[in-house]
Design a protein around this ligand. Structure first.
Ligand code: ZN
Ligand code: FE
Length: 256
């Protein structure tokens, strides 16, 4: 049982890459290394040695530096079993219900398909940290490229079952544009209005809005709120099946 130090690196247009360091053992994982240079710079600045890559899914903006970092550091690459053949250099395949240790810090693995066919999330309970990749964003969720609405609803339910204080380390800074859409479907949600004001302030000074928490997401994220009466009314599906409400909300967001 060990608490990770998490170091957030902003890369490309809007990606977040994370270093997760276990001080007890010196083990350090990088989550979804889109690019290698900024990761190596951050490792050098912290005097940390890379031991693991944790990939959530196969997209290039999450795996782009896998082979380069493996070659330079001899780290172990861990990724989704359901998509192993699309994860460059994968060494260890993990899936739902598995645990994986980075030093003395243990992650519980969730299979959360919907955005892609195979998509893992990594929950380090002792650190109150969830690495949600492109499944859950702040006030949003991933596009359904390779999965169905029902799959995504099921995936997101695994996250809402986690403790409220869980920090959500998602892979993109999409919060402000997600929030604009969220307000269009739940304009009277006070928690959402307040969060958006905070987000606007943070972005104005160039600060990250991530991590969020499960509590904040449950209160503000329309994709976790298909039972909201206001949302159901706004999408024209009062009393409908919650998967249908989710699917319609996702479709509206795709065209927003
Ligand atoms: Zn993606
Ligand atoms: Fe992405």
């Amino acid at each position: 049982m060990s608490k990770l130090e998490i170091y957030q690196i902003a890369v490309l247009n809007d990606n977040y890459v994370y270093l997760a360091h276990d001080a007890e053992t010196g083990a350090t994982a990088v989550v979804d290394p889109a690019v290698g240079g900024p990761v190596l710079d951050a490792l050098a600045a912290k005097s940390w040695k890379l031991t693991h890559i944790l990939n959530t899914h196969h997209h290039a903006d999450h795996t782009g530096a896998n082979l380069d970092l493996k070659q330079q550091t001899d780290c172990i690459i861990v990724g989704p079993k359901a998509d192993a053949e699309r994860i460059p250099g994968i060494d260890v395949e993990v899936s739902d219900g598995d645990t994986y240790a980075v030093g003395n810090a243990t992650a519980q693995v969730f299979d959360v398909p919907g955005h892609t066919r195979g998509h893992n999330a990594y929950w380090f309970a002792d650190s109150d940290a969830l690495f949600s990749g492109d499944t859950l964003f702040s006030m949003g969720c991933g596009r359904l490229f390779e999965g169905t609405a029902a799959q995504m609803v099921n995936s997101l339910a695994k996250f809402t079952a986690l403790p409220d204080k869980t920090q959500v380390f998602c892979a993109h800074e999409y919060t402000q544009s997600n929030g604009r859409f969220a307000l269009s479907v739940e304009p009277k949600n006070k928690a959402l209005v307040d969060r958006m004001a905070e987000v606007d302030q943070l972005r104005k000074v160039g600060k990250p809005t991530v991590p969020s928490t499960i509590a904040i997401e449950k209160a503000t994220n329309p994709f976790l709120r298909p039972s909201s009466a206001e949302l159901q009314k706004m999408v024209g599906l009062v009393g409908a099946d919650l998967v249908d409400v989710f699917a319609e909300t996702r479709k509206l967001k795709d065209n927003f």
